[in-house]
Write a protein that binds this ligand. Structure first.
Ligand code: NAP
Length: 246
């Protein structure tokens, strides 16, 4: 499904990004595993892909750094000649009620989740325009659509990601470039691990499918949107939440 395609997945050493990298590679893409702090884990992911006969490399870059992302994209294009798939997965949380939220926690989340997404799209867009094609998939969240107490910074960033997705889809659509967002519900990763088991059970009770999400649930959706099977889908937000937000 993705044979011959080059894919960059941000924050792919851990969590959902790791599974996205593994899944895109399983479908035949050559995958660049981006990391910020987790170099060893990113190298582990690349090694797993190679063991399974796939192609992978790692690239360390803090996606909130505009200049560093520009350099990353230039170097990757020089190395690979093209980038067909960009998955903006990297994201952080700094939860807290509005009254207690610091400016630093607000800025950190917006810098990574929203500006990071902008940085990556901005610096790959020229190459995708030259190629006359590409698929961009941005990780939003159901809280970017519905909001969530204690996550003003995070939900603002993820709502912003939806705004970027739709606007860029309109700007780049005529050149064969699709831009979509995936909005996961509650997916079991380190980001959600901190929650007590009882609280997780309560969340599951409110999900139509009565279970929390698995990283594979998200990765398969991303893989579909990254393929030419989804060539006429753009500017959309696909909730992968087991029916949680209905
Ligand atoms: P996670 O387990 O906490 O992993 C976060 C990933 O983001 C790590 O690989 C991390 O890389 C990377 N990252 C953070 N800051 C970065 C930066 N400045 N530059 C590059 N990479 C950076 O999170 P997750 O649960 O897999 O979430 C992945 C995405 O899905 C996020 O955008 C998240 O908001 C979204 N999402 C998750 C859920 C959920 O339930 N888990 C729900 C909705 C949406 P390093 O370790 O290398 O720093």
């Amino acid at each position: 499904m993705l044979t011959g395609k080059v894919a960059l997945v941000t924050g792919a050493g851990r969590g959902i990004g790791r599974q996205i990298a593994l899944t895109l590679a399983q479908y035949g893409a050559s995958v660049i595993v981006n990391y910020n702090g987790s170099k060893e884990k990113a190298e582990e992911v690349a090694a797993m892909i190679k063991e399974q006969g796939g192609e992978a490399s790692v690239y360390g870059c803090n996606i909130s750094d505009y200049g560093a992302v520009e350099t990353m994209m230039k170097e990757l294009v020089a190395q690979y000649g093209r980038i067909d798939i960009l998955v903006n997965n990297a994201g952080i949380t700094r939860d807290g009620l509005l009254m207690k939220m610091s400016e630093a926690d607000y800025d950190a989340v917006l810098d990574t989740n929203l500006k990071g997404t902008f940085n990556c799209i901005k610096h790959i867009s020229r190459q995708m325009l030259k190629q006359k094609g590409g698929h961009i998939i941005n990780l939003s969240s159901v809280v970017g659509i519905y909001g969530n107490g204690g996550q003003v910074n995070y939900s603002a960033s993820k709502a912003g990601v939806i705004g970027i997705t739709k606007s860029v889809a309109k700007e780049l659509g005529s050149r064969g470039i699709t831009v979509n967002a995936v909005a996961p519900g509650f997916i079991v990763t380190e980001m959600t691990d901190a929650m007590p088991e009882e609280a997780k059970k309560q969340v599951a009770d409110h999900i139509a499918m009565k279970r929390l999400g698995d990283v594979k649930d998200v990765a398969e959706t991303v893989a579909f949107l990254a393929s030419d099977r989804a060539a006429y889908i753009t500017g959309q937000v696909i909730c992968v939440d087991g029916g949680m937000s209905m």
